[in-house]
Design a protein around this ligand. Structure first.
Ligand code: GCO
Ligand code: MG
Length: 403
């Protein structure tokens, strides 16, 4: 099976997505997600200008070899742009191989290790009543595990809270990065009171998660983890910027709140200290950003030796193609933990017809051979790319802050 084409599809059905379509002389098409939120066109160019010309004529079955060829062959290693491009090729090749086999991808990864994939959804509110309503709404949609994000008194907008910033700008696509003001002390004082109220309302059993979004120093993160222990979180995510892997030793010494890290990582190397020293409990990479199915399997296998589980990143900036790739892995690996899942818009689903389903809190990739996601090229062409930026955080004195 020879590769005859590698097209980059850029589309914006409500938000921007970059998809690689690899075609073969057998007449098959495999898809891979290459979406890097806010920096999409860099990956589109990397693929179209530097990767696609190398793919034509290659044997589409040689997935590992192609991965190594693109990773080692470029000389310049790792980085979000490179690894998203490699991921797109890798996932498209897995899609093709599974289509040829006539099997859903998870069968090629060892078959199902469970009957469904436990998913968590996002709830948020600018204040407590809005947050409690949001949790109720998610539960009605079938979610059995909930990520809880709350506004903080005195802070006008916080990324991820009730999309307050989105309401300001219309559809949430910002032509320039919006700026938000952050106050760590106000957040640290407020957040434990939110979890206390949520536990009082919903009882001890509902699995609750929280995303700190890299905003704390290690000692602040340690303090928060400790303060949240009475509320028994499923995980505390990105409690401190984890490129300082050593910083997690300090957090770990102080708290038993489980820790999840890795959505901004793009290779297993980024996790070496975190995994070997068991400083985290869940690895958060997205298939789309960390080199595809081939690389993610190696990450999960390393993590498994240390009883660390998966928690694949699944916000709506991962396309349905990237989501499906994650679901096949989730179903197959032994050390599955939980999957993040925020349903896409109707427009996005129109562009990406898919076989995966969400029922009663559980996802399933479906039984369609391959990934089970295609691209409706005519629908994709109707939604033109529009530059869209993520926000930037500043402290009250104007200093740029982690977010
Ligand atoms: C999450 C994330 C996302 C990211 C987003 C950036 O846990 O879902 O933190 O909301 O901020 O993917 O593009
Ligand atoms: Mg996150």
């Amino acid at each position: 099976m020879r590769i005859t084409g590698a097209d980059v599809i850029v589309t914006s059905p409500g938000r921007n997505f970059v998809t690689l379509a690899i075609t073969t002389d057998d007449g098959l098409t495999g898809y891979g997600d290459a979406t890097l939120n806010g920096r999409e066109l860099a990956v589109a160019s990397y693929l179209a200008d530097h990767v696609a010309p190398l793919l034509i004529g290659r044997d589409a079955h040689r997935i590992e070899d192609t991965w190594q060829y693109l990773y080692r062959g470029a000389y310049w290693r790792r980085g979000p742009v490179t690894m998203a491009a490699i991921a797109a090729v890798d996932v498209a090749l897995w899609d093709l191989k599974a289509q040829v086999a006539g099997l859903p991808l998870y069968q090629l990864l060892g078959g199902a290790s469970r009957s469904g994939i436990r998913a968590y959804g996002h709830a948020s509110g600018r204040d407590l009543p809005e947050l409690l309503d949001s949790i109720r709404a998610r539960r009605e949609q079938g979610f059995r595990s909930i990520r809880v994000q709350s506004g903080v008194p005195g802070l006008e907008t916080i990324y991820g809270i009730s999309d307050a910033a989105d309401r300001r700008s219309g559809d949430g696509r910002h032509p320039q990065p919006p700026e938000e003001i952050w106050d760590t002390q106000a957040y640290l004082r407020h957040l434990p009171t939110v979890f206390e109220a949520v536990r009082n309302e919903f009882g001890p059993e509902l699995p609750l998660l929280h995303d700190v979004h890299h905003r704390l120093t290690p000692i602040q993160a340690a303090k928060l983890g400790k303060a949240l222990e009475p509320y028994d979180l499923f995980w505390l995510e990105d409690c401190t910027p984890a490129e300082n892997q050593d910083g997690l030793r300090l957090v770990r010494r102080h708290t038993t709140t489980p820790l999840a890290i890795g959505e901004v990582f793009n290779s297993v190397v980024d996790y070496q200290t975190l995994i070997r020293e068991q400083l985290i409990d869940y690895v958060r990479s997205a298939v789309t950003h960390a080199g595809g199915v081939t690389a993610m399997r190696k990450l999960f296998d390393l993590a498994a030796q240390y009883q660390i589980k998966s928690g694949i990143h699944g916000p709506t900036d991962i396309s349905p193609v990237g989501m499906a790739a994650g679901l096949h892995l989730d179903l197959a690996i032994h050390n599955f933990g939980i999957q993040e899942f925020m349903p896409h818009s109707a427009q996005t689903y129109e562009v990406f017809p898919h076989s995966y389903t969400f029922r009663d809190g559980y996802l399933h990739p479906g039984e369609t051979p391959g990934l089970g996601v295609t691209v409706d090229r005519a629908a994709a062409a109707r939604f033109e790319y529009r530059p869209a930026y993520l926000p930037v955080n500043r402290l009250r004195d104007g200093t740029v802050h982690d977010w």
